[in-house]
Design a protein around this ligand. Structure first.
Ligand SMILES: Cc1cc2nc3c(=O)[nH]c(=O)nc-3n(C[C@H](O)[C@H](O)[C@H](O)COP(=O)(O)OP(=O)(O)OC[C@H]3O[C@@H](n4cnc5c(N)ncnc54)[C@H](O)[C@@H]3O)c2cc1C
Length: 435
């Protein structure tokens, strides 16, 4: 048998792929990192926040070199109806100092930086190249990938599929058998340019401080949510929705974005801005119970390709999971190569490590959260109930005496047809998920 050209071929130079290539190259493997875009990040869309803790392990003092727009020092949750909005706003100046909590960053810059680290560690980046399928041995073992280049087959002892949501490589390798078809959510986003001083005045920021707002109740009852993140001289505004319910409602995603921009609580924040970028992308949302097998003979799968994203109202996190999973996949591939066994059994340390890490622990803990957050009650009834109760508390109706909180809640529950047993069941699910 001829020697494979590379120890490891990583498909996709997003966060998962860059982290996998970095760790495999650091361990001394020969690594090819194949990306269909002309440069890493050129094809990628996301909201804009990266939670940095996972980077501590990958890139010590990463904050000194990562291309950051702003450090997230304010995190808000906004619950809205068509005419009302309630915001819970948290600010911590500790998050504006090393080791930082989260940052906004542009994908083209972030992905290029991460892939550059892998190249510096010895990986070969092959851009503008589409992987079109897997190479297999007669027994089914994955032995490399086909690409759209003439004579472009790349043989390898291990392929790490980091080709993002709807990974056809994971499907072709049979890793999705036994789980339902992967579920996806649709995300659409605009980048709206504003002068830096305007961003800082409108959002109460100074220096490199930044704000991250997650929004509930902004999608006409279609399961989903919204977000607004601040960059240096722009904001990213987007919605994330169930595409099937969107189609059934006959609503276009850009109409939801237009609604959000026109909402009285958002309009003053984006007024006068110029839309400089529009993007749409799907997001995996199957969660822990809908993930594929993570290893096969000669193949591992990481990041969105394995459904490792959390898109449930209060959270929109995928980059940190992709980085963590890619890092562990790169290490597992190197360890299997060193042990001379790159079969599914030899690569099984990947799943074991992931299970003990935040990647699978968070997904396991929050496995019921998407169901709760995306339920009709949370999407439609609870935002109205909460806004109504708060309005009732703050409205002064003299000469009538102030209503008690209990009376306001009871009236709201009745008006919105929410039964106490639903409230208790949802509170219990919430407590189990988030408590
Ligand atoms: C609207 C929206 C907002 C989001 N907001 C956030 C957020 O604020 N914070 C956060 O943490 N997460 C966010 N996410 C999720 C996050 O973007 C993903 O979870 C993350 O990008 C996953 O990284 P990945 O490396 O697994 O996949 P990707 O980033 O999708 O990278 C896959 C790479 O593979 C390449 N590729 C695909 N197929 C091939 C092929 N056949 N051949 C060669 N190359 C290929 C692609 O070009 C791409 O570069 C958001 C997602 C969306 C859609």
């Amino acid at each position: 048998m001829t020697e494979p050209k590379f120890d490891v071929v990583v498909v996709g130079a997003g966060p998962a792929g860059a982290a996998a290539a970095l760790e495999a190259a650091r361990a001394g493997c020969s690594v090819a990192l194949v990306e269909r875009g002309p440069f890493p990040g050129s094809k990628n869309v996301y909201g804009g926040v990266v939670y940095g803790r996972v980077l501590d392990e990958l890139v010590p003092a990463w904050w000194e070199e990562m291309p950051v727009q702003r450090w997230v020092t304010r995190r808000s949750t906004m619950i809205m109806t068509e005419t009302q909005a309630l915001t819970v706003d948290f600010r911590s100046q500790d998050w504006g100092r090393p080791p930082y909590n989260g940052a906004t960053a542009h994908r083209a810059e972030l992905d290029a930086w991460l892939a550059g680290l892998a190249v510096t560690a010895g990986a070969v980046l092959i851009p503008s190249t589409v992987v079109t399928g897997l190479l297999r041995a007669p027994d089914g073992t994955v032995t490399g990938v086909r690409t759209d280049r003439p004579d472009g087959d790349l043989t390898a002892s291990v392929v790490i599929a980091c080709d993002g949501v709807n990974s056809f490589l994971a499907k072709e390798a049979g890793l999705w058998s036994g789980v339902p078809a992967p579920l996806v959510t649709l995300g659409v986003k605009e980048t709206i340019a504003l002068p830096r001083s305007t961003v800082e005045e409108r959002f109460g920021l100074s220096g490199r401080d930044g704000l991250d707002i997650e929004i509930l109740g902004c999608t006409r009852g279609i399961p989903g949510g919204g977000f607004l993140y601040t960059n240096l001289d722009s904001v990213s505004l987007g919605v994330v929705v169930d595409p099937h319910r969107l189609a059934a409602a006959g609503v276009r995603p850009e109409a939801l974005l237009a609604d959000l921009k026109a909402h009285p609580a958002v309009r003053p924040l984006v007024r006068g801005g110029e839309v400089v970028e529009y993007g749409a992308h799907t997001i995996p949302e199957a969660g822990y119970d809908g993930m594929p097998e993570l290893a096969g003979d000669g193949i591992l799968v990481a990041g969105d390709a394995a459904g490792m994203c959390l898109a449930a109202g209060l959270w929109l996190e995928g980059v940190n999971f992709a980085l963590g999973a890619g890092m562990y996949a790169g290490r597992a591939a190197a360890a299997a190569l060193a042990a001379g066994d790159t079969s599914a059994t030899g690569l099984a340390s990947y799943r074991r490590t992931l299970k003990d890490s935040f990647v699978l622990a968070d997904h396991r803990k929050l496995r019921k959260a998407p169901g709760l957050v995306l339920s009709d009650r949370t999407q439609r009834q609870y935002p109205s109930l909460i806004c109504e109760v708060v309005e009732g508390m703050f409205q002064v109706d003299n000469p009538r005496p102030k209503p008690g909180l209990g009376a306001l809640v009871r009236r709201g529950l009745r008006r919105h047809g929410i039964r106490k047993r639903h409230l208790v069941a949802d509170a219990l699910t919430g407590w189990r998920s988030f408590g």
